[in-house]
Ligand binder design. Structure first.
Ligand code: TRP
Ligand code: SF4
Length: 535
């Protein structure tokens, strides 16, 4: 059992400074330090968040947090630790452009304080002016987890009530269940055309035994993720745990695959891959530097690259160089000139014709692509999207995501819905909530004396996590005070847990009152919580 904070960052005395406060080190760490499993239907463990950045290409949230207007406390405290493309959202917020947020909940049990993180994230985006969607993944629960429709209805109701009780505005946002959303079903069907079994097998470890409905629930989730953009393309964030990242990546791919046009940069009439393109860019730039007044021809670039051949190059580099030189030679006297290229991917004939018309300035039209010598890349992207949406295409932007840390279970290890003592359900009797916190594992020392001397290990403490993730609410000063008193040895676990337990009890009481209030108004909402399905 290793925690990331203790093995790598373990400068002696480091812990006493409170410097870790702004980025929590707790990580649900039960697993082997090398282990990382992102399995949406398995037990996801993340013992080293750095791997998510290095191996999966998730970006660090701290790099965008300064651009977020009024960041939520989960953002400020590093609970939201990662993202893909969240800048698209912060840009939209600053420029007062439309944006959306959507997340989904599998109704497999009671909503608990881990789900509250996502509820809060959705609500915050709604308060920032976004179009916000909360969905019940009932098809997924039925196919991937085998729940009956009665169980699903009951749990769905509980998720919706908690989301509303925490502040979701159903007039402003949309709540739906997968099984009754016809548009989602239709979109899923279209997206499914772009993905095949081998691809799903590679991403999700599906095999010949995987049932077809489980696969259908995947395309349904793809449709959920893109649903906010059906009216018009807009930046959309999907707040989820990192276990959902495989879904996010696939959705980003599919969003691109259904586009009418791809926009790339090019240097000559022939098609290249990105590696070949960077060679062309290199040749073009070097040669224009050397001969600023002259027209650079493809044959000149071929000769230049021939001379650049390096003896120690890898096979891949050599292959790229060969193919680039061959194409350049074939193009011969054609001038090498930078341009923006629109490639026809799925466009209708009419859309392709319309795009030709719409490209202003010097351009060249080929069978499957159009080259513009005057537009910049951004203007070209915008134009391509406009022509596409005007001609019945989706014009999707790749969806963005934000990822929160998994909460540590109250008993240590992973917080799990199947171990009641490890989590606090939003439906727990407030007194039970109190008792669970009182019984929680801590990062305290063996004796009060040692605690005063060494300080507690707030970064290893599930109770401190409760303060930071929930109990301190928006009050950073309070969270910081708990942290500093703990690591400074002024705070002892008994009193600390008593305070946390009382706060938890009060939170549950208030939350449940609010649920009650909404319970009477549920019938007025659009979402149908009694499915006709019985099997
Ligand atoms: N697969 C998600 C889960 O296991 C639920 C889900 C369905 C979802 N559709 C979604 C999450 C769209 C985010 C966005 O909890
Ligand atoms: Fe955890 Fe509080 Fe004990 Fe510190 S004092 S280890 S925060 S319970």
């Amino acid at each position: 059992m290793t925690h990331e904070s203790s093995d790598e960052d373990g400068e002696p005395g480091d812990d006493n400074t409170g410097a870790h406060y702004s980025s929590l080190e707790t990580d649900g760490g039960v697993a082997d330090p090398d282990e990382i499993a992102l399995d949406p239907w398995g037990s996801s463990t993340v013992s080293d968040y750095r791997k998510l950045f290095d191996q999966f290409g998730i970006e660090r949230f701290e790099e965008v947090v300064d651009e977020v207007p009024n960041p939520h406390y989960l953002m400020r405290r590093g609970v939201i630790f990662g993202h893909r493309d969240y800048r698209a959202l912060t840009d939209a917020m600053h420029e007062d452009e439309p944006f959306a947020a959507l997340s989904g909940f599998m109704p497999t049990g009671d909503p608990h304080i881990g789900h509250k993180l996502v509820f809060d994230e959705l609500i915050w985006h709604q308060q920032q002016g976004g179009d916000v969607y909360g969905l019940i993944a009932d098809l997924e629960a039925h196919s991937a987890r085998g729940l009956s429709w009665d169980e699903i209805d009951e749990h769905a109701r509980n998720y919706i009530l908690s989301l509303l009780a925490l502040g979701f505005d159903p007039e402003d946002g949309e709540l739906y269940r997968q099984s009754t959303n016809r548009e989602v079903q239709d979109l899923g069907f279209e997206l499914g055309i772009e993905a095949n079994f081998s691809e799903l097998a590679a991403i999700y470890d599906f095999d010949g035994e995987t049932d077809v409905s489980h696969m259908q629930s995947v395309v349904t989730q793809m449709a959920d993720i893109l649903y906010p953009q059906l009216d018009e393309p807009k930046p959309t964030v999907i707040p989820v745990g990192p276990d959902q990242d495989p879904h996010v990546r696939l959705a980003r791919d599919l969003a691109a695959r259904v586009r009418y046009f791809g926009v790339t940069e090019a240097y000559a009439s022939f098609e290249t891959d990105p590696a070949e393109r960077s060679l062309l860019a290199y040749a073009y730039e070097t040669l224009t530097d050397r001969h600023p007044e002259e027209t650079i021809r493809c044959s000149d670039a071929a000769t230049f690259l021939e001379n650049e051949r390096e003896p120690g190059a890898t096979d891949v580099e050599a292959t790229t160089l060969d193919s680039t030189i061959t194409m350049l030679k074939e193009a011969g006297k054609e001038p090498l000139r930078p341009r923006v290229r629109f490639v026809d991917r799925n466009a209708t004939g009419a859309a392709f014709e319309a795009l030709i018309e719409a490209v202003d300035g010097e351009k060249r039209v080929y069978g499957e692509h159009i080259d513009s010598f005057e537009l910049d890349r951004e203007a070209a992207e915008k134009l391509a999207r406009e022509v596409e949406t005007d001609h019945g295409g989706y014009g999707f932007l790749p969806p963005s995501s934000i990822y929160h840390r998994f909460m540590t279970g109250l008993t240590g290890g992973k917080m799990s819905s199947s171990i009641p003592a490890s989590h606090i359900s939003l439906l727990d009797d407030p007194e039970d909530g109190y008792d669970k916190v009182r019984a929680a594992t801590t990062g305290g020392r063996e004796t009060a004396e040692l605690q005063r001397e060494l300080g507690g290990e707030a970064n290893e403490c599930p109770v401190y996590e409760l303060y930071a993730y929930l109990l301190a609410g928006d009050d950073d000063e309070f969270a910081k005070e708990v942290y500093e008193e703990c690591v400074g040895g002024e705070r002892l676990c008994g009193g600390c847990k008593e305070q946390a337990a009382e706060l938890m009890e009060a939170f549950l009481e208030e939350h449940q009152e609010q649920r009650e209030e909404w319970a009477d108004r549920l019938d007025d909402l659009d979402i149908d919580l009694d499915s006709d399905r019985t099997r």
